[in-house]
Design a protein around this ligand. Structure first.
Ligand code: SF4
Length: 357
């Protein structure tokens, strides 16, 4: 797949299917709200066709099995799902297939089984690269399992995505960067970063109730995710998602008991990067106090520069005693640049073309 091209994804949720463990933080049904029998051919065919109606000219397109342990399913179910997906590949309506799975579900026998299908990407839920954190979350696999799985997948030529979480029970202040560093050392094709939230019906909900677990605050999670995002950027590893995908179930707040969920989580991370960049830039200028300051950004970055509910404007105005801060769109600017008072240009250290919102 060409770099920077966002595929049209048809998600098929298989909540908890194939999972040998109940991970402490998980309740996929609360996340997806899926109630249908996912192993009904009629349902899957119709679901895919419904999505294809919205495809338009976007390319490439993928069918994606999410929300369970795909390779942990019984062989006949794996074949059943892949046969349906492959039918759409054969007819030219879909380019390839992807799925997510646990690291300990990946072995040569299962990879042999799926080798005849057009699977391009396999995402592994690594979650943490510290064994004691994995144990506390009842993951039932080790760091070594993740390392072996990535090696095996790379040997077979799959694109590999790794998912990590922050704020898991047992983490120390250093844990997120330890996990990110170990993940980066495995050179995945991309990563996703998910802050831990307390989902109703999950074991973590019970721990929260008993006072055995305290989730990260939203601001804390945004700042931590920003650091990890910037770390992955420095290692040239794309971050394709930050924060849980918004859904009506999550947004209704009935599914989340506590924790740093926000439908615009990725946007908040990018806004904080803009805030940092402009703060550093203004810090070097001597002529802003009591003055009007104008910040020009590419039109697509206006809301990231302003921050949610104008948070960045408020913070910058107060921090630097600025009389008025104007943020205006300037289409001649590159998305990676910020222009201050039409004189000073600064580069933002991230690839704004990505869509890790
Ligand atoms: S986190 Fe993944 S492996 Fe664990 S229960 Fe949820 S879907 Fe299954």
């Amino acid at each position: 797949m060409k770099k920077g091209i966002k595929p049209f994804i048809i998600p098929i949720f298989i909540p908890h299917a194939g999972c040998p463990h109940q991970c402490a933080f998980c309740n996929q049904k609360a996340i997806t709200g899926t109630k249908e029998n996912i192993f009904s051919a009629d349902y899957i065919f119709q679901h895919i066709k419904n999505f294809l109606n919205y495809k338009g000219q976007r390319n490439p397109s993928q069918i994606s099995f999410f929300g369970g342990t795909f390779l942990g399913l019984p062989a006949e179910k794996i074949i059943f799902l892949l046969d349906i997906a492959q039918e759409f590949v054969r007819s030219g309506q879909i380019d390839n297939i992807r799925f997510s799975t646990r690291p300990d579900s990946i072995d040569s026998r299962r990879l042999d089984m799926i080798s005849g299908y057009s699977v391009s990407d396999i995402e592994i839920g690594a979650q943490s690269m510290e064994n004691h954190v994995l144990n506390l979350s009842n993951r039932g696999h080790s760091v070594q399992d993740t390392e072996s799985a990535v090696t095996l997948l790379k040997k077979r030529g799959y694109r590999v995505g790794l998912q990590m979480m922050i704020g898991l029970p047992g983490e120390t202040a250093d844990s997120p960067l330890i996990t990110a560093t170990r993940i980066a050392n495995l050179a995945p094709d991309y990563v996703r970063i998910y802050p831990t939230v307390v989902l109703k019906g999950s074991p973590l909900a019970l721990w929260l109730q008993k006072g055995h677990y305290q989730p990260l605050h939203l601001d804390e999670a945004v700042t931590l995710t920003k650091r990890i995002y910037l770390f992955f950027k420095s290692r040239q590893i794309p971050v394709i998602r930050m924060g849980l995908q918004a859904s009506s179930e999550l947004d209704s707040k009935k599914s989340i008991l506590a924790g740093p969920y926000h439908p615009a989580f990725g946007h908040m991370v990018f806004s904080e990067i803009f805030l940092d960049t402009v703060s550093m830039a203004i810090d070097t200028l001597s002529d802003v106090e009591g003055q009007t300051v104008e910040i020009n950004v590419h039109p697509k970055n206006i809301s990231k520069m302003r921050g949610l509910t104008n948070k960045n404007i408020f913070l910058l105005t107060r921090r630097f005693n600025i009389q008025k801060l104007k943020v205006t769109a300037e289409s001649s600017l590159s998305p990676e640049s910020i222009l201050i008072n039409r004189r000073h240009t600064y580069n933002i250290f991230f690839d704004i073309n990505e869509s890790a919102q």
